[in-house]
Design a protein around this ligand. Sequence first.
Ligand code: ADP
Length: 155
Amino acid sequence: MIKRAVFPGSFDPITKGHENIIRRALPLFDEIIVAIGLNIEKKGYFRLEDRELWIRTVFADCPKIKVESYSGLTVDFCREVEASYILRGLRTSADFEFERTVGQVNKKLYPAIETVFLLTTPEYTSVNSSIVRDVHKNGGDVGLFIPEGVILPRQ
Ligand code: ADP
């Protein structure tokens, strides 16, 4: 059976932090599905089609990377795509506390799943999508935080 991981998130937009985690996880898995989770109650800042396109552009050189979107439980999506691993990044102790709860609940819901955590590379600790959205809203230079090749629409 192929080692397939799901990397769930909102990717609104993809950042250098996400890219770093995904590239470092490549040797660990045969396939990584970057899965954009949709929340019915929360509309994204960027359009879903754009978010998908940016991820595809960044990983155009990586046949192991697939991009999909899903709604509902992450573990249900993992079952559907036959993934045995969930990949997550850890930046801070706050991330750890949050991830521990989610990881343990996911394991209860779907005992066959394992969550694999990679520690962030120090320079990306403070990079997150909400900061990028804030900088973008206020006309700042987002180029520092997003992967090469991603061009966000003008405000
Ligand atoms: P964000 O927190 O940027 O909104 P998501 O909700 O899309 O990102 O998170 C998807 C995954 O990416 C999570 O596991 C999150 O911990 C991880 N992640 C996000 N930013 C970074 C970063 N700078 N370094 C390492 N992991 C990160």
